[in-house]
Design a binder for this molecule. Structure first.
Ligand code: ADP
Ligand code: ADP
Length: 228
């Protein structure tokens, strides 16, 4: 489903962030990406939704070849790959409803279908009652739930989460994790970069440890594996 073969990423400043990385991830997997700061986790993840382009190697996501893909086709890729970030990245001047609908409007023109789906994803994250609120009226955990709702609105095959609990307290982090589990249980591939050792060690999934731009450990039902 996702395949990287001997991938390199050298940034314009000369830093090689990904250094000959090979990995294969099947549809429906839940994968944690762990490793020290600066190891290349974010770069690894960014290459999966073409936020960064590989310098060398092969990257395939579903039917997309991310190396030969033209920039104008990135929006098509993004229908299949949803992304959530540590800092939520909701649009501050739009309501909860508008944030999600806006993400859908690129793909879906029928306002009735959009409305139905916005309410459906809000139901899934338990925040239907906040539909008219603005992001700054919500807690961090609520904002992240809205960001997740937005990321899955177009029913992507893959959901990528870069440190989704990084700004949240432990209880809220568990709520977010439970939502990601539910999305994964519905068949979506989930790839989550995280420093949350508790979650990784309790909710067991495949662990990819990245160091110096390579995968140094690939373990089914793995541990976090670093001192915290
Ligand atoms: P991690 O997510 O594991 O902290 P990153 O992928 O962010 O690692 O960074 C890997 C390496 O690439 C680091 O040395 C970092 O400084 C460098 N790096 C990350 N982004 C950029 C960028 N946009 N330009 C130049 N260097 C970068
Ligand atoms: P349950 O099915 O008991 O509701 P959850 O799906 O909420 O469990 O959580 C999955 C796992 O995460 C369980 O092993 C649970 O013990 C653990 N867990 C859930 N919430 C917390 C929390 N706030 N702190 C620590 N562990 C938690």
């Amino acid at each position: 489903m996702i395949e990287m073969l001997n991938v390199y990423k050298k940034y314009p400043n000369g830093i090689t962030a990904i250094n000959g990385l090979t990995v294969r991830i099947e549809q429906g997997e839940f994968v944690y990406v762990v490793g020290p700061s600066g190891a290349g986790k974010s770069t690894f993840i960014k290459m999966m939704y073409r936020e960064e382009k590989a310098t060398k190697g092969t990257i395939k996501v579903g039917d997309f070849d991310l190396v030969t893909m033209k920039d104008k086709d990135i929006p098509y890729l993004r229908r299949h790959v949803g992304v959530v970030f540590q800092d939520f990245k909701l649009l501050p001047r739009l309501t909860v409803y508008e944030n999600i609908a806006y993400a859908m409007e690129v793909v879906e023109k029928n306002p009735k279908i959009i409305k139905k789906r916005v309410l459906e994803v809000l139901e899934l994250v338990g925040l239907k009652h906040k539909v008219r609120m603005f992001p700054n009226e919500l807690s961090g955990g609520e904002q992240q739930r809205i960001a997740i709702a937005r990321a899955i609105a177009n029913m992507p095959r893959v959901l990528i989460a870069d440190e989704p609990t990084g700004n949240l307290d432990p209880d809220t982090s568990w709520e977010i994790m439970n939502i990601l589990e539910e999305i994964n249980n519905q068949g979506t591939t989930v790839i989550m970069a995280t420093h949350n050792s508790q979650i990784v060690n309790v909710v067991k999934h495949r662990v990819l440890a990245v160091e110096n731009g390579r995968i140094v450990r690939d373990q089914l039902e793995g541990d976090y594996g670093y001192e915290v």
